[in-house]
Design a binder for this molecule. Structure first.
Ligand SMILES: Nc1ncnc2c1ncn2[C@@H]1O[C@H](COP(=O)(O)OP(=O)(O)OP(=O)(O)O)[C@@H](O)[C@H]1O
Length: 353
């Protein structure tokens, strides 16, 4: 036997009220509407108010009264039905307003931090982590302790470490999705196609044509770029090894029936994310195991393209082969330990091109 009122074991009083009483209250007019008119007219009839009327006049009065009552009941029911939709709309509006307020606070906080950081910017460093300690939200376990890293343009950083050691957490802090527990994090380049783009392990694929997939997060290309832009998209698809998608979709602008995230394989999704990168060609790219579903050879090809396009990379990856494309390795260890070392210069494919 469970004690009475044990909220964890069954619905509480508030839930019972919402499950049973609210619908009953809402539909009360519907239930009683049919008999309400007779109850209302019965009082004056039995009190003798209409004793002068003939039987025909009385029945006409009763029927007229029933019509008016049912019409009123109908109107009340509609108002009550509308009120629940109105409550939903009010709830959604409130949540959107709260989200908007939170976003404004974050943006304002970032602006203030950026202003402070500008004064502290060390020469030519673009990503700066100074004395940064990271813990996951709602956890006391330190993932990275007192981390100091500066990433300069042209100097690629590879983050390695065991599963769960906090590699992606560093990227979340750089993207300002998480606040560090201690220390300063500064990114001296705008987020987006003109600055730094983040490629996650599982890319977000919106609905839309192949063109819309490749140019994402842009919604439209410049109207006068025409053929030039088409060529750029085709070239990006070729570099990412996805030219085959053109025949599957029937062209860049053909409306497709399917959901991209359902029909593409994980590897194809990752290649599509790289085609976005090659189309947008930002100065900096943060790659969070963005090629993990591809073969080593395919990964090397994609990193070679990034190098040819002159992007500065911050990557998380497990394969040894991608070390050749990086200058620094940040290795995360247990208990928040880390080690930053310069990688030996090696000949990476694409260096001689
Ligand atoms: N939103 C979150 N809330 C709480 N804990 C989280 C959250 N996201 C990640 N963590 C925890 O933080 C730790 C570090 O996660 P992170 O994703 O940085 O690991 P990782 O080194 O990138 O691992 P992998 O190599 O498997 O991708 C993990 O123990 C994870 O469970």
């Amino acid at each position: 036997m469970h004690p009475k009122g044990d909220g964890a074991m069954g619905p509480g009083r508030a839930e019972l009220t919402s499950i049973f009483l609210l619908p009953v209250g809402t539909n009360l007019f519907d239930y009683l509407g049919g008999i309400l008119s007779y109850m209302v007219i019965a009082v004056p009839i039995f009190a003798g108010v209409y004793r002068d009327l003939s039987a025909a006049e009385l029945s006409e009065l009763i029927s007229k009264n029933a019509f008016v009552s049912i019409y009123l009941v109908n109107c009340f029911s509609q108002i009550i039905d509308l009120s629940s939709s109105l409550c939903d709309v009010a709830g959604y509006t409130h949540r959107i307003a709260e989200l908007d307020e939170a976003m404004r606070c974050i943006l304002q906080g970032q602006k203030d931090e950026d202003e402070e950081a500008k004064e502290l910017q060390p020469c030519d460093a673009v990503f700066v982590l100074e004395d940064v300690t990271i813990t996951a939200p709602g956890s006391d376990c330190t993932l990275v302790r007192n981390l100091n890293v500066h990433v300069r343009e042209g100097s690629n950083l590879l983050i390695t470490g065991e599963t769960g050691s906090g590699k992606s957490s560093i990227l979340r802090v750089l993207a300002r999705l998480w606040k560090p527990k201690r220390g300063h994090v500064c990114v001296f380049t705008p987020f987006g196609p003109r600055g730094v783009l983040f490629l996650p392990q599982k890319p977000f694929l919106s609905d839309g044509t192949l063109r819309e997939q490749v140019i994402y997060p842009l919604k439209e290309v410049f109207p006068n770029s025409g053929q030039v832009d088409d060529d750029r998209i085709l070239r990006s698809l070729e570099m990412s090894g996805l030219t085959c998608l053109l025949s599957r979709t029937g062209g860049l602008d053909h409306k497709v029936e399917w959901k991209w995230s359902e029909i593409l394989s994980p590897g194809e999704m990752q290649r599509l994310a790289f085609s976005r990168l090659f189309y947008l060609q930002p100065k900096y790219a943060v790659l969070d195991e963005s090629s993990s579903a591809l073969s080593e050879d395919a990964e090397i090809e994609l990193y070679t393209c990034c190098r040819q396009l002159g992007m500065t990379l911050i990557s998380v990856g497990h394969r040894r082969s991608i070390k050749n494309f990086h200058d620094l390795e940040l290795k995360l260890g247990p208990d928040g330990q880390w080690d930053l070392k310069r990688l030996p210069k090696q000949h990476a494919p694409g260096d001689d091109q």
